[in-house]
Design a protein around this ligand. Structure first.
Ligand code: C2E
Ligand code: MG
Ligand code: MG
Length: 767
C-alpha cells in the first residue's frame, strides 16, 4: 500500500519535470477571447459573402495550428490525443473549402458530396481523441461502473436520437439510398460522440480547465450537429446561427490545448464511481426516456419506433440491473475493507491488538490450548531518537515481515504497541511452542538493513500458555509479565510461571519500602578508592549507596536500584546521594587538604539522565557544597546513554559545567565505539569481567588490551574495575592501565583511610 503511493509520487515528480505547462499561461485566454470575438464578427459580415467564409476557415485553421503549437510548448507526456483533435479540425477545414467551392461554382452543391465524406471522416478522429482523453484522465477502463453509467446515458439519449432523427431520415423513401445513409450517419456519429462525452463525464478523475474546455467543445459540436439535423428535418430555416456552435467548439478546443493544465499531473486519483444523488437522478431519467417516448402520440403508432424503444428499454433495464449489482458489490467490498482496517495495524499491515484479542478469545472458547508469545524490542526507542521516526517505522515493518515469514502460517502475528509484537498459536503443542521461540529468536538474530543503517535489535520474549481457567486478558497479562521478567534479567525468553507473579509482588513491596527507607534515613553512602598504578596512591573514590533494612539487613544496590528506577524513586534517592557525596568530598578537602581524594564519582541511572533537570541538580549540588565541578565524575552505563536523546543532551550539559563523564561497566552493554565519539566521555571503566580473566592463560587479555588501546587512542582515561588480586594489578599495569579499583585496593567504606597508599606492599584491604 505504502509502496504504491511512493511510486505514484516519484512518477508525478518525473512528469512535472518533463512538462513545461507553467509557462505561456496566458496564451489560452488570449485565444479564447480573440476566437470568441472572431466568431462574433462572423455574424457582422454580410450573409453569403466571401468575408464570412474567410473568418470561418481562419478560425478552424487557427485552432488546429494552436493545438499543434500547444503540444510544442507544453510537451505533454501523451501528445497523440491532441494531434487527433488537430487532424479532425484540419480535415473539416478541407471539407469546408470543398463545400464552399461548390457553393461558388455550382448552383447547388451535390448531396452527398466529397465534403460529406471528409466531414464524416473527422468524427472517428474525434472519437479516438476523446477515447484517449478518457483513458489518460480517467480510470483507464478499470472503472466498470463509470462505463455502465455512460452506456445507460448514451442508450437513453440514443433512443431519443433514433426516434426524433435517425428513424425519420432512414424512412424517407423519396431520397436515394446513399443520401439516406449519409443523413443517418451524422446523428449516428453524434450518438457515439454523446456516449464518449458521457464516458468522460463519469470517468474523469480531476476536472482541470483543459478537461472542462474540451468537454464544452464537444457539447457545442453536439448542439450544432443536432440543431442542423433537426432544422433540416422539421423546419425550412438554414440555421446559420448554429455555425457559432462549430466555431466556438474549435475555439474551446484550441484554448483547451493552450491551457497549462493540458499537461496532466501523473498521479490521477483513481476514485471509484460513486453513487451521488445527481448521478442517480441522471441515470433514472435516462432509463425513463424510452417509456416516456412511447407517450408521444406520433411515435406510439410507428412499429419500427416501438420495437426500437422496446429493445432500448430492455437494454436500459439490464444495464441498470448490472449497475445496481455492481453497486451492491461495491458497498459490500467497502464494508469488508472497513472491517479489515479496524483489525489491522496501519504501519505494518499486521493484525492489531483488537484482532489478536478477538482470535485469542475465540481459541479459548473453542477449548483449544493457545500459546501467546509477546516480543518486546530493546533499543527501539534509541533507533527512533537517533535515526528518526522514518527509520524506526521501517524497522518495525521489517521486524513484522520477518516474524510473519518465519512463523507457521496458521499462527497470527500482531503488532500490539509501539515496539511490541505478539504471536498466537491457536492450538499449540509443546513442540510447536518451542519451535515458535526458536523462530522468533532466529528472525531477530540478523541485522536489519534499514535506511542505509545496519541495526542489531534485541528482543525479549514472554511466553504464556492457556491453562484451564485463563481468559484472553489473563493470558495476555501473563505473557506480559514473562516478557518483562526476560527484559529485566537480560534473558531472551521467559515462560510465565506463578513465581513471576510472586516476584512482581515482591518488587511492589520493595518499592513501597524504599519510600519509607528514604524518609527514615536507612540509606548511607560508602566510598571505594580508585588508585594509581603501580604505587596505589588514592586518586579518587566512587560513591556507592547502601541500604540497611531494619528487618532484612543489608540489601544490595544491584537489587534495589533497578526497583527504584522503575518506580521513579531513584530521582529522589539519586538527588540525596549526589548532594551527600558532594558535601562529603568538600568536607574531606577542608579536613585533609592534599590528602583528600582529587575526585569523587557518583553513579547516575538512566532515568536520572533522561530527566531534563538533572544537569541543573548537579550544578546546585556543586554550588551548595562548594565542590568544584572538575572534582566530580558522573558514572553512567552505556545502555543509559544508548537509550536516547535527552540522556545525551544531559551529558553535554554536565560536560559544559566541567563535570567529567565516565562510562561504567564498559564492554558489557552495547559497546558501540561510535558512542565514544557522539557522547562527551572522559573515562572508560573497563568491566570487572574483563579483569577477572586477565591473568588466565590463553587469549583472555585480548579485550582488556584492546580497551586500553581504544582509551589511549581517543585520549580517554581507563579505569580497571573489580581488581581482586596482586597478579591482576601487575598485569593491568603491564598492559598500560594507570588507574584501578577493586577489593584488592580497598573495599567501599564510609570513611576510607586516605593517609596510606594501597596495593601489593600493603596487601588486600578488608572492609
Ligand atoms: P558499579 O557502579 O559498577 O559499582 C561497582 C560495584 O562493584 C560495587 O558494587 C562495588 O562494591 C563492586 N566492587 C568493587 N570492587 C570489587 C571487587 O574487587 N570485586 C567484586 N566482586 N566487586 C567489586 P555495589 O556497591 O554492590 O554496586 C552495584 C551497582 O549498583 C553499581 O555498580 C552501580 O551500578 C549500582 N549503584 C551502587 N550505588 C549506586 C548509587 O549511588 N546510584 C546509582 N544510580 N547506582 C548505584
Ligand atoms: Mg560505578
Ligand atoms: Mg562498574
Amino acid at each position: 500500500m505504502t509502496f504504491g503511493m511512493v511510486t505514484a509520487d516519484i512518477s508525478s515528480i518525473a512528469l512535472r519535470r518533463r512538462c513545461r505547462g507553467v509557462r505561456h499561461s496566458r496564451l489560452w485566454w488570449l485565444w479564447l477571447t480573440v476566437g470568441t470575438l472572431a466568431t462574433g464578427s462572423y455574424y457582422l459580415l454580410p450573409e453569403g459573402g466571401m468575408g464570412r467564409n474567410v473568418v470561418y476557415q481562419a478560425i478552424g485553421l487557427a485552432s488546429a495550428l494552436f493545438i499543434v503549437l500547444a503540444v510544442r510548448l507544453h510537451r505533454p507526456p501523451h501528445p497523440a490525443m491532441w494531434y487527433w483533435f488537430a487532424a479532425a479540425e484540419a480535415i473539416w477545414f478541407v471539407a469546408d473549402i470543398i463545400f464552399e467551392y461548390y457553393q461558388y461554382t455550382e448552383v447547388e452543391a451535390p448531396y452527398p458530396s466529397e465534403a460529406d465524406a471528409l466531414y464524416l471522416l473527422g468524427y472517428p478522429m474525434i472519437f479516438v481523441a476523446l477515447q484517449r482523453v478518457a483513458h489518460r484522465n480517467g480510470n483507464g477502463g478499470r472503472d466498470v461502473a463509470g462505463l455502465v453509467d455512460a452506456t445507460i446515458l448514451a442508450t437513453g439519449l440514443g433512443l431519443v436520437f433514433w426516434v426524433v432523427m435517425m428513424e425519420p431520415l432512414a424512412a424517407d423513401s423519396t431520397a436515394p439510398m446513399l443520401e439516406r445513409l449519409v443523413s443517418v450517419a451524422y446523428p449516428a456519429a453524434d450518438v457515439l460522440l454523446l456516449a464518449l462525452l458521457a464516458r468522460l463525464a463519469f470517468g474523469v478523475a480531476s476536472w482541470t480547465p483543459t478537461m472542462r474546455l474540451l468537454a464544452v467543445g464537444v457539447v457545442l459540436l453536439l448542439i450544432g450537429d443536432t440543431g442542423y439535423s433537426l432544422l433540416d428535418l422539421y423546419t425550412d430555416s438554414d440555421g446559420t446561427y448554429l455555425d457559432a456552435m462549430f466555431l466556438l467548439s474549435y475555439v474551446t478546443w484550441g484554448a483547451a490545448a493552450l491551457h497549462p493544465s493540458m499537461c496532466p499531473p501523473a498521479a490521477v486519483a483513481r476514485a471509484e464511481s460513486r453513487m451521488t444523488a445527481g448521478r442517480i437522478l441522471l441515470l433514472g431519467t435516462s432509463s425513463l426516456l424510452g417509456p416516456v417516448l412511447l407517450l408521444v402520440p406520433r411515435i406510439g403508432g410507428n412499429i419500427r419506433d416501438r420495437s426500437a424503444i422496446g429493445i432500448g428499454a430492455i437494454v436500459l433495464f439490464l444495464l441498470v440491473l448490472l449497475r445496481m449489482s455492481g453497486f451492491v458489490g461495491q458497498v459490500q467490498r467497502q464494508a469488508r475493507q472497513l472491517a479489515d482496517m479496524a483489525m489491522r495495524d496501519d504501519l505494518t499491515g499486521l493484525a492489531n491488538r483488537r484482532r489478536f484479542e478477538r482470535d485469542l478469545g475465540r481459541a479459548l472458547r473453542r477449548g483449544d490450548r493457545p500459546v501467546v508469545a509477546l516480543v518486546g524490542l530493546t533499543g527501539f526507542k534509541s533507533v527512533n531518537d537517533q535515526l528518526g521516526h522514518a527509520v524506526g517505522d521501517q524497522l518495525l515493518v521489517s521486524v513484522g515481515r520477518r516474524l510473519s515469514a518465519g512463523v507457521d502460517p496458521r499462527a497470527l502475528v500482531a503488532r500490539m504497541g509501539s515496539d511490541e509484537f505478539a504471536i498466537l498459536i491457536g492450538d499449540a503443542t509443546p513442540e510447536s511452542a518451542a519451535t515458535l521461540v526458536e523462530t522468533i529468536t532466529a528472525a531477530l538474530h540478523d541485522a536489519f538493513h534499514v535506511g542505509g543503517h545496519e541495526l542489531l535489535i534485541n528482543g525479549s520474549i514472554g511466553m504464556a500458555e492457556a491453562t484451564d481457567a485463563t481468559t484472553a486478558m489473563e493470558l495476555f497479562r501473563r505473557a506480559d509479565i514473562a516478557m518483562y521478567a526476560a527484559k529485566t534479567s537480560g534473558e531472551s525468553c521467559r515462560w510465565y510461571t506463578a513465581e513471576l507473579d510472586q516476584l512482581a509482588g515482591e518488587e511492589a513491596r520493595l518499592g513501597a519500602e524504599l519510600r519509607t527507607a528514604l524518609d527514615a534515613g536507612q540509606f548511607r553512602l560508602v566510598y571505594q578508592p580508585i588508585v594509581e598504578l603501580p604505587h596505589g596512591h588514592i586518586k579518587a573514590v566512587e560513591t556507592l549507596v547502601r541500604w540497611d533494612h531494619p528487618e532484612r539487613g543489608f540489601i544490595s544496590p544491584a537489587e534495589f536500584i533497578p526497583v527504584a528506577e522503575r518506580n521513579g524513586l531513584i530521582m529522589e534517592l539519586g538527588a540525596w546521594i549526589l548532594r551527600e557525596a558532594c558535601q562529603q568530598a568538600s568536607r574531606w578537602r577542608a579536613e585533609l587538604g592534599d590528602l583528600a581524594p582529587e575526585r569523587i564519582s557518583v553513579n547516575a541511572s538512566a532515568r536520572q539522565l533522561a530527566h531534563r533537570g538533572f544537569a541543573a541538580l548537579v550544578a546546585s549540588a556543586l554550588k551548595d557544597s562548594g565542590l568544584s565541578a572538575t572534582s566530580l565524575t558522573i558514572e553512567v552505563t552505556e545502555t543509559a546513554v544508548f537509550e536516547g536523546g535527552q540522556a545525551v543532551d544531559t551529558l553535554h550539559r554536565l560536560h559544559d559545567l566541567g563535570v567529567r563523564i565516565a562510562l561504567d561497566d564498559f564492554g558489557t552493554g552495547h559497546s558501540s565505539l561510535g558512542l565514544l565519539q557522539t557522547v562527551p566521555v572522559d573515562v572508560l571503566k573497563v568491566d570487572k569481567s574483563f579483569v577477572d580473566t586477565i591473568t588466565m592463560a590463553g587469549r583472555h587479555a585480548v579485550i582488556a588490551t584492546a580497551l586500553i588501546q581504544v582509551a589511549d587512542g581517543l585520549g580517554l582515561t581507563a579505569v580497571a574495575e573489580g581488581v581482586e588480586t596482586a597478579e591482576q594489578a601487575a598485569e593491568l599495569e603491564r598492559l598500560g592501565y594507570r588507574l584501578a579499583q577493586g577489593f584488592y585496593f580497598g573495599r567501599p567504606e564510609a570513611q576510607p583511610d586516605f593517609t596510606r597508599d594501597r596495593g601489593a606492599a600493603v596487601g588486600p584491604a578488608t572492609a
